[in-house]
Write a new protein. Structure first.
Length: 283
């Protein structure tokens, strides 16, 4: 059991043998070992030196998701997925270190001054025998409204993505298909398989629980609270091979089931806070 830290990362060890490593760069979970297996995919071509967002694990997407909007100007000037995944976070405290779970709280540095908003952003990562919980906490510390999007961009490791089955997406839920230029469609409630590039934002998902059967006797349940939308992404060879830091055939070994608040912007009044959580369970 325990929490250890070096200058680059924080590691949590649970008595069951599970462990999680979080890079301070972006507060990015880069490894989750459970049941003797690595449960996170990280591309072997990913930069891990703080020069680029990490390609894998769980990057924290904040304060925008995807390409920047055209306005307001301070948001239009941001890079894809915002800056939190490229900031150097700090370990604020060990929340608990017990058989029930090992948990730490990380804190993002102040936002870039040109962004012009003042908020507190923290992230609590909790490890138990079979579960990894990641909670995002935003407090508007300004005297004006603060709007943002947020998403936890997990890369769940699977042996062969062509064999997985994704369930839990409710019938009738609307989704925006980024592969089809943002076309909005209605989900028919069926099982989703990855037989083509998938990049969809399922909007306001009532079940708040998506399951992945990995086709090899295991899988994941991804539950969320506070987050309302869920992006599902796997680029397949078609687009995966064009991603510079993606290892060869990497797209065959992960699926992203990303809880977020991304269809709309969340608005916080001065002093108001937002709490959102994803809980990933190994099945
Ligand atoms: O969450 C899905 C997505 O927004 C995709 O459109 C895809 O581009 C992916 O994230 C990765 O984005 P990144 O900026 O990390 O290359």
């Amino acid at each position: 059991m325990g929490v250890t830290q070096n200058e680059k990362s924080v590691t949590l060890n649970h008595e069951s043998g599970s462990s999680v490593e979080i890079q301070l760069y972006g507060a990015t979970v880069v490894s989750w070992k459970q049941g003797g297996k690595e449960r996170m995919f990280v591309s072997s071509k990913s930069a891990l030196d703080g020069s680029k967002p990490i390609r894998g694990g769980i990057p924290v997407v904040f304060p925008i998701f995807g390409p920047p909007p055209s306005s307001p100007p301070e948001y239009a000037a941001l890079k894809q997925h915002g800056f939190a995944r490229q900031q150097n976070w700090t370990l604020e405290s060990t929340v608990m270190d017990r058989p029930e779970g090992v948990s730490v709280r990380l804190r993002a540095p102040a936002p870039p001054s040109e962004f012009g908003h003042n908020y507190k952003l923290s992230y609590v990562v909790t490890l138990t025998a079979h579960q990894l919980s990641t909670d995002l906490h935003v407090v508007n510390e300004d005297n004006k409204e603060f709007i943002f999007q947020a998403l936890l961009h997990n890369y769940l490791a699977v042996p062969d993505v062509s064999k997985i089955k994704i369930t839990g997406l409710d019938k009738g839920v609307q989704y925006r298909d980024k592969i089809l230029d943002g076309k909005i469609d209605q989900w028919d409630g069926s099982t989703l398989v990855v037989d083509r590039p998938i990049d969809r934002v399922y909007q306001k998902v009532p079940s708040q629980e998506i399951k992945v059967d990995d086709g090899a006797g295991s899988g994941f349940a991804v539950r969320f609270k506070g987050f309302v939308d869920c992006t599902i992404w796997n680029p397949q060879e078609e687009t995966g091979s064009k991603i510079a830091d993606m290892e060869d055939k990497g797209w065959e070994r992960y699926v992203c089931i990303e809880p977020g608040y991304v269809k709309d912007f969340k608005s916080l009044a001065p002093g108001e806070e937002f709490l959102a959580q994803q809980v990933i369970t190994v099945l």
